[in-house]
Ligand binder design. Structure first.
Ligand SMILES: Cc1ncc(COP(=O)(O)O)c(C=O)c1O
Length: 367
């Protein structure tokens, strides 16, 4: 049996009547840009995450760009970014004509190494961007300590971590701005692109609000040179329906992760995902590592099992960043992760028999 990495059609089928009704309501009033569903969804997310403000934007990438811009990042500034992440973590910095300064990650949870962060800070550092990769928070206490000691704002890339916590504080609320993605395959996914910035800092949230509508307030009077980056009312309506299910979906993901942990422990040279103490991992991905990663990828593909490598090239070695001078060996932990990690299917509607199939396929690689 083939097992997809993810199957969104099942989610739609299970919520079809609610989603269809929500979409229809938007067409009835046809206020597609910043219609009432956007503020409703912003309020719902703010309340759920305990944030003072939430501002819907067009994508997770834009959430990062607007969040960084709102804390003052601009040309010539530096932002410290872990070298192992989705490209947008770095691209957002470059889009503001600022410079990403890459730091290494920790080998156990693949997140920003607090010591690497300390080494990467210079007098030009204008922001720090921890990424909560795969649904688990970076080690935020030492990161925040360093940020506070240098008086540098944190902009969290929480694109993969909605609802995850560390020491009781939710992803996105450790810094000045927390940035989320509603890319369709995220734990809370839209029917297209969408994103959000949350903040407890009224001035930061207000700036993001201004920036998303070309910096205009009131309309046609431009205080700032902004962007066109709104969360669509249609997406907000759909996301509002899905938000009510997020907690149970997360619990289902965690239960699937428990089964993988139990069944794959001690198999071959597999390294299973670490769950940090005092954390709540939302398992956006279930990501393992093996020295024979590429062969494992071929093996699983040949058996029809969904597999993906997040991410095969660390950011400091991306072609577009050649001018920054990154070389192999600079950030060894990120480089090793890029060569060894792979992610297997984990989604709330996955069946037990599908999971058993994935487990068998992984085990058979080492048989
Ligand atoms: C870690 C990370 N940062 C940023 C993004 C960008 O989000 P989006 O695709 O919504 O622009 C994503 C998701 O794709 C992501 O996984």
């Amino acid at each position: 049996m083939a097992v997809p990495l993810m199957d969104l059609t099942r989610q739609y089928q299970s919520l079809k009547s609610d989603i269809d009704a929500a979409v229809q309501r938007v067409f009835e009033h046809s206020r597609f840009i910043l219609g009432p569903e956007v503020a409703d969804f912003e309020n719902a997310v703010a309340q759920k995450l305990g944030a003072k403000q939430a501002v819907g934007v067009a994508s997770g990438s834009d959430a990062l760009i607007l969040g960084l811009h709102a804390v003052g990042v601009g040309p010539q500034d530096e932002v410290v970014v872990p070298a192992f992440s989705f490209f947008a973590s770095a691209g957002s910095v470059s889009r503001l004509w600022a410079k990403p300064v890459f730091c290494d990650i920790r080998p156990d949870d693949y997140n920003m190494d607090p010591e690497g962060l300390e080494k990467a800070i210079t007098p030009k550092t204008k922001a720090i961007m921890p990424v909560h990769l795969y649904g688990q928070l970076a080690d935020m206490e030492p990161i925040k300590k360093t940020a506070d000691a240098h008086n540098i704002p944190i902009v969290e890339d929480a694109a993969q971590a909605i609802g995850a916590t560390h020491k009781g504080t939710v992803a996105g609320r450790w810094g000045h701005a927390g940035c989320f993605s509603f890319f369709p395959t995220k734990n809370l996914g839209a029917a297209g692109d969408g994103g959000m910035v949350i903040s407890d800092h009224e001035d930061v949230a207000d700036r993001v609000r201004l920036l998303r509508t070309h910096g205009a307030r009131p309309k046609y009077f431009h205080k700032l040179i902004g962007f066109n980056s709104r969360l669509d009312a249609l997406q907000a309506a759909l996301l509002g329906v899905k938000l009510a299910h997020l907690d149970s979906w997360t619990e289902r993901r965690r239960a699937l992760a428990d089964v993988y942990d139990r069944e794959l422990k001690g198999v071959g040279d597999l390294i299973l995902p670490k769950r940090n103490a005092d954390g709540y991992h939302i398992f956006h991905q279930y990501t393992l590592a093996t020295e024979k990663r590429d062969a494992m990828r071929d093996h699983l593909k040949s058996k029809g099992i969904g597999i993906e490598v997040y991410y095969p090239v660390p950011l400091h070695l991306q072609e577009c960043y050649a001018d920054l001078g990154g070389k192999p060996g600079d950030l060894p932990v990120a480089e090793k992760a890029a060569q060894t990690v792979f992610s297997i299917p984990i989604f709330p509607d996955m069946t037990e028999s599908e999971q058993a199939e994935v487990i068998d396929a992984v085990k058979s690689f080492f048989a």
